[in-house]
Write a protein that binds this ligand. Structure first.
Ligand code: ADP
Ligand code: TPW
Ligand code: MG
Length: 574
């Protein structure tokens, strides 16, 4: 019999957070346990969430960011307060910088104690610290506001220009009770979290007219174009227009790198020569020399070239951030490119053949030269002979994810290893940050179930190397190839005083493969391309966690890879 005095069925903060995430089709949490989130993670797992537990919060955060990029849904990372939160911040800031949607959720101390600075366990004003590093930051104090807090965080992460969002959940919130029915009603299923943004027809027309007038047009596809998941529209546009294109590194594979319109092998020629450049989800930041200088065929390093730019982007404030944009087109890439495809009409004439012919000629020359270099088999394995093997493995396994970080290990891989499918290349991104490797690898494997190949500089690998335990614990199909050249950039530096190793040197011939064996994975040392191929083939066939310690000529690299000119000493010499 029901009476007024009978207690109503209760829920609590733990369950409301889980239910709110589930309601929004979020089924995976990347995390590192501890007070106040240990029980939350246990209950999440019991409630059917996939909980991936890491050894350091930065990698859990990076995993969430990569999951966001791959799926277009916000990746979720949970950390403990103060130190755990701080460890996650690099990933939050990096996600924001790269326009990857992710939500960093951290437990925090009681507001009263933090605000009066009374000294709580792991006390810190986390919300204030997170704010400048993310797109939006929210705190939930009461169980009945959890639904709103999570809805706000999801919308902020994925709408408009995606980015990192911080959500602060004080410890007390998790245990707060609430009537179950009222709790259920308080949750929000976010409708259309990343709404289409249709470009203005006159903006599209202005851009199409400019493109039509071009003698030497060029399209640059950035990671925003990859993220937008408008693969068919983009391919249609490129092929219909006949315009040569350059993919930025994480846009590789949006169209297969061996596409005949790819101008990658004639990059410096097309950037300096093009007269109209259409940027699609790519910023004119340092990776494109800010649209200025020799790269763009300009006289001085600070002056702009003669190109006119079209910029397709979801952010209305992106245009003119470095050089004038003649035709900004603001909207989501899917809607924008589909509008281009329509506005171009049926009678579109392809670019002049002296332009496409000149590009083809340079491409042929450079590709022939590259093929000769790759075919060499020097007595000591170098980046080229090792990457030739990886290049073939990726070609045979086009669905595999390629994670890549380092300096030379990054630059050579980007130019040598072709990609064939969209969003398969995950790398150091806008900041050129080291440490994304294992977090990104875990995310790709967990979210997609596909094989992951992580090509890592030996220094780069060190930033997240302990996560090999995570990879073994979840038995993920991740094959790490450490390009071991005994150091940062190369292993041949000498300390002029001779009393200690130089700052860029590591222990010679280190056995990174044994790190993998320590946790039950497969570890192999490869001293030549044959050994590397055998180990890679076995890793891909078995899907076992594998680390291949690829011994690379320690003198093969160059200082800072391809960005030597950014070193202050090099700038001083200019
Ligand atoms: P890359 O490093 O590959 O050049 P960037 O990270 O510099 O790429 O640029 C990505 C751009 O894509 C950002 O300016 C961002 O606003 C934009 N962007 C992201 N998602 C979308 C989308 N769905 N539609 C339109 N633009 C987008
Ligand atoms: C978070 C500076 C850029 S590249 C690099 C460092 C330390 C490592 C290069 O050595 P590696 O590659 O990985 O062995 P290789 O093939 O050239 O020998 N800290 C952070 N991010 C960056 N970018 C650095 C330091 C850096
Ligand atoms: Mg190295």
């Amino acid at each position: 019999m029901t009476t007024d005095t009978q207690a109503s069925e209760q829920t609590d903060g733990f369950h409301l957070v889980i239910d709110a995430l589930k309601l929004n089709d979020i089924d995976t949490i990347f995390a590192l346990p501890g007070i106040p989130i240990t029980d939350f993670l246990r209950i999440s797992q019991a409630e059917g969430m996939k909980v991936i537990s890491f050894r350091h919060e930065q990698h859990a955060g990076n995993a969430a960011a990569a999951a966001g990029f791959i799926t277009g849904k916000p990746g979720i990372c949970f950390t403990v307060s103060a130190p755990g939160f701080l460890n996650g911040l690099t990933a939050l800031a990096n996600a924001t910088t790269n326009c990857f949607p992710m939500i960093l959720v951290s437990g925090s101390s009681e507001r009263e104690i933090v605000d009066l600075q009374q000294g709580d366990y792991e006390e810190m004003d986390q919300l204030a610290i997170a704010k400048p590093l993310c797109k939006a930051a929210f705190r939930v104090l009461h169980a009945e506001d959890i639904g709103v807090g999570i809805a706000r965080a999801i919308r902020a992460a994925v709408s408009g220009r995606p980015g990192g969002v911080y959500l602060d959940l004080p410890a007390k919130l998790f245990a707060q009770g609430m009537d179950k029915e009222a709790g259920k009603r308080s949750l929000i299923k976010v409708v259309d979290p990343a709404p289409k943004q249709i470009p203005a027809p006159d903006a599209v027309q202005r851009a199409v007219d400019l493109l039509k007038s071009a003698k030497k047009p060029l399209v640059i596809l950035g990671k925003g174009a990859a993220y937008a998941q408008a693969d068919a529209e983009i391919r249609n546009f490129i092929e219909k227009s006949g315009i040569p294109y350059l993919p930025m590194s994480m846009a590789k594979g949006l169209l297969p790198d061996n596409h005949n319109q790819s101008a990658s092998a004639a990059r410096s020629y097309v950037l300096a020569e093009a007269d109209v450049v259409m940027l699609v989800g790519a910023r004119l930041n340092w990776l494109l020399s800010h649209g200025k200088g020799k790269t763009w065929g300009a006289e001085g390093s600070k002056s702009a070239g003669k190109q006119q730019f079209i910029q397709v982007d979801i952010s209305p404030t992106e245009a003119d951030s470095n050089v004038a944009i003649a035709a900004p087109v603001i909207g989501d890439i899917g809607s924008c490119i589909s509008a281009f495809n329509q506005a171009m009409g049926a009678g579109w004439s392809k670019p002049p053949s002296d332009w496409t012919g000149a590009i083809a000629e340079r491409k042929d020359k450079n590709l022939t030269k590259m093929a000769e270099t790759l075919a060499k088999n020097p007595p000591v394995m170098n980046f080229h002979s090792a990457l030739n093997v990886i290049r073939n493995t990726v070609k045979e396994n086009p669905k595999a994810y390629l994670v890549n970080e380092g300096a030379n290990a990054l630059d050579f891989t980007r130019s040598i290893v072709d990609m064939y499918e969209p969003r398969r290349r995950l790398d150091v991104g806008t900041w050129g940050i080291m440490g994304i490797g294992m977090g990104f690898a875990v995310a790709a494997a967990v979210v997609t179930g596909e094989q992951v190949i992580a090509v890592e500089g030996d220094s780069a690998f060190g930033f997240s190397g302990m996560e090999v335990e995570t990879i073994c614990r979840y038995n993920l199909p991740v094959c790490i190839v450490v390009m071991n050249n005994n150091g940062i950039y190369k292993g041949t530096d000498v300390n002029p005083r001779g009393d200690a190793m130089a700052p860029t040197q590591f222990v010679k011939n280190a056995r990174y493969d044994l790190m993998m064996e320590a946790f039950g994975g497969v570890g192999v040392t490869a001293k030549n391309p044959e050994e590397l191929k055998k180990a890679l083939d076995e890793a891909v066939a078995s899907r076992k966690p594998t680390l291949i310690n690829a011994m690379i000529d320690e003198s093969a690299g160059t200082e800072s890879g391809r960005i030597t000119s950014l070193n202050p000493a090099a700038a001083k010499k200019k």
